[in-house]
Ligand binder design. Structure first.
Ligand code: EPZ
Length: 415
């Protein structure tokens, strides 16, 4: 297990680039096996979640070459083998092999996925969708067999606009016979990026980015080149960091409209922002206004940015509130922030943050990926030294985080 040590209080400046989107690439890599030719992917971030998916590809005899941000996947000699817990439990996105292998072979043996402990995280919507397409599912403890002689397109209504279920069902339906319609589909930018990737391989998907996705099944998917979109959550994390500790931080390689709900909230707080076509320059204001935030599905305020924002709200002049509507257990970071001096009250799915407070460095624990990112921000704000234990969570989602932050003036090390 790694630890991140931070000496806080430095003013940050310069440029910080955003890498490719984790939550996009973790769908694209399993989706690549749908083709029998070479798949070329650019702007791939170097993250432990990516390494763990490549490990699964290697186990399935898929050839993989990677160089910096380029990944080449050649699945023409792959074998369909059971994906045991030792592989699947390392990350949430291992479940995209369900849709991909079902589509390619009509048979998947796989154990339940892992991922951050931020709620119950059921996969009932994925399984209901596979069944609607004609699959049968046999569950035995943590293991399941999903199989179908033939997948046939149908209408699927998702009870909740789940990101994972939308992606998994696109993968399962892409080669199904006839037309599939996913109603109440998730609209996150990562869904659009993965649909574009599939279309680049010859799939016929339309409507991605709206709540109604149409998929006309095709028989064959071919070689393609594809670029991963910038990571909107990493971008948002850096913009929040700039709002806390910079007199002019330029966050580059991002798509500003993907984090519009964040930048509007920061403006409400009084944070000066200059928004360019693919960059944002952000500075700390003299005083921060408190705000009320509610997490929502895209384009609402991203749940993946609320824990990072919480660290900034500690500086606001008054009481702020956060309503977490997506996950049941995503306030663990607040108990760690309290150890650093934050004044917090959690009432069910609402948290109050009473500011302004001065944070003081101490030993804290990253309980999940975004909790860890929030603590990095808190450590950079705080006076003195902060030791973040369990930092491996952070490395799952932030490429070269220590190097990127050192380059803008942070005193930070990974041990
Ligand atoms: C994705 O998780 C992201 N992960 C999460 O990011 C993100 O927080 C989440 O979407 C919401 O934006 C990846 O893309 C790998 P969901 P996912 O299915 O797909 C319930 C991060 O920090 N639900 O949209 O697992 C579920 O319990 C991570 O980068 C069901 O009830 O999220 C939750 O309350 C963490 N049944 C809600 O829907 C299902 O079958 C949203 O889940 C599926 C989901």
């Amino acid at each position: 297990m790694h630890t991140i040590n931070i000496k806080g209080g430095n003013i940050l400046s310069g440029e910080i680039p955003v890498s490719g989107a984790k939550n996009s690439v973790v769908g694209i890599i399993p989706a690549a096996i749908l083709c029998d030719e070479d798949v070329n992917i650019y702007n791939v971030p170097q993250l432990s979640d990516v390494d763990n998916l490549i490990e699964i590809l290697n186990y399935l005899n898929v050839q993989v070459e990677s160089k910096e941000d380029y990944l080449r996947i050649v699945p023409n000699s792959m074998t369909n083998r059971p994906i045991h817990g030792e592989f699947s439990r390392k990350l949430r996105a291992s479940y995209y092999f369900m849709g991909a292998l079902l589509s390619k072979y009509g048979h998947v043996e796989i154990s339940l996925p892992g991922g951050c402990v931020i709620g119950a995280r059921p996969i009932d919507l994925h399984l209901k969708g596979f069944k609607a397409l004609g699959a049968t599912i046999t569950e035995d403890g943590d293991n399941m067999i999903i199989e179908a002689n033939e997948l046939v397109g149908t209408n699927i209504y998702l009870d909740f606009a789940s990101v994972g279920a939308t992606i998994n069902l696109m993968l399962a339906a892409v080669k199904a016979k006839g037309k599939t319609i996913i109603e109440n589909a998730a609209k996150e930018p990562e869904i659009v990026n993965i649909a574009t990737f599939l279309n680049n391989m010859g799939a016929r998907i339309s409507g991605a980015g709206t709540n109604r996705i149409k998929i006309e099944g095709v028989e064959y998917l071919h070689s393609c080149f594809h670029e991963v979109i910038p990571d909107r959550i990493e971008a948002g994390t850096f913009v929040i960091l700039g709002a806390a500790m910079s007199n002019g931080l330029k966050v580059t390689n991002l798509i500003p409209e993907h984090i519009y709900s964040l930048t509007e909230k920061l403006r409400e707080m009084g944070v000066p922002l200059e928004i360019g076509p693919d960059y944002i320059i952000v500075s700390k204001p003299e005083k921060y206004n408190p705000v009320d935030v509610q997490t929502l599905i895209y384009p609402g305020f991203a749940t993946d940015l609320q824990q990072e924002l919480a660290s900034l709200l500690v500086l606001a002049d008054g009481t702020s509130s956060i309503d977490e509507t997506i996950w049941e257990n995503r306030f663990q970071n607040l108990y760690e922030l309290a150890k650093m001096g934050a004044r917090i009250k959690v009432e069910g799915e609402r948290a109050y943050i009473y500011g302004p407070t001065k944070l003081v460095g101490t030993t804290v624990m990253a309980t999940d990926l975004r909790a860890g990112a929030g603590l990095v921000i808190a450590g950079l704000i705080a006076s003195g030294n902060t030791e973040i234990q369990n930092a491996d969570y952070i490395l799952r989602g932030y490429e070269n985080i220590v190097e990127k932050l050192s380059n803008i003036g942070a005193t930070i090390e990974l041990i």
